[in-house]
Design a protein around this ligand. Structure first.
Ligand code: SAM
Length: 222
């Protein structure tokens, strides 16, 4: 596997699991092109635009889209089987507000207008725990510059992780960036899932393994 994708370091591992079932493949061939972010001329008919990066099995993404029909929800994920799950959900629940990018979130963010997003969710991102792999963490200086451009002033970045070192890393880098402030609603808020939280596959793996999860919120200043 190459260490770079174009000019950027590669941030993710495998992008395919088991072969798709025929029904899933059909939806990828027919419905994915319709809901692909790049094929939406504009999203101005929606009240707000929110994005989730690395939605994995799409549990949280589908929950967001179902609960917020007036908001455009964008999901980016390079793992084909996850994208097929999201497309299956769009079909089964008749969702009209969920748009997908099968690939690296950074590529689709490049096409966004400034301050498009009111919310950005990054939930249990790949922790890349070995120090020689830390550079693959999605939270890095260049990425935060991109986030700063596409997130509205006053918008919210949600970051959840079960890896305490990655939580520290993220708080440090957001502080260094200078345009994000940690929202502390109560002394224990960062140990409690966000309101209405449906859970995700990686969160339940962490809980089963006895790793405490952390749920942070950062407000974007400008
Ligand atoms: C540890 S999994 C967590 C999945 C899900 N959020 C959850 O909580 O179950 C991290 C996910 O981020 C995705 N990912 C990694 N780098 C990414 C990138 N640059 N853009 C979009 N997704 C990415 C991976 O493919 C993987 O599905």
């Amino acid at each position: 596997m190459s260490d770079t994708v174009g000019a950027r370091p590669r941030l993710y591992g495998r992008s395919k699991g088991r072969p798709l079932r025929p029904h899933q493949q059909r939806l990828m061939d027919e419905l994915y092109p319709v809901v692909r972010v790049e094929n939406q001329p504009n999203m101005s008919e929606f009240k707000e635009v929110w994005m989730e990066i690395g939605f994995g099995g799409a549990e949280h993404l589908l929950h967001l889209a179902q609960g917020n029909p007036e908001t455009a929800i964008i999901g980016a994920e390079p793992f084909l089987n996850g994208v097929a799950k999201a497309v299956g959900g769009i079909h089964d629940f008749g969702l009209k507000n969920l748009f997908l990018h099968h690939g690296d979130a950074r590529d689709v963010m490049d096409s966004f207008s400034d301050h498009l997003l009111s919310r950005l969710y990054i939930l249990f991102p790949d922790p890349w725990p070995k120090s020689r792999h830390n550079k693959r963490r999605i939270i890095n200086e260049a990425f935060l510059e991109d986030v700063s451009r596409v997130l509205k002033p006053g918008g919210t970045l949600y970051f959840a992780s079960d890896i305490i070192d990655y939580v520290d890393w993220t708080v440090t880098r957001l502080n260094q960036n200078g345009r994000f402030s940690l929202v502390i609603e109560s002394p224990s808020a960062w140990r409690e899932p966000y309101p209405g939280w449906p859970g995700t596959r990686y969160e339940s793996k962490a809980i089963k393994a006895g790793r405490p999860c952390h749920y942070l919120k950062f407000r974007h200043a400008a």
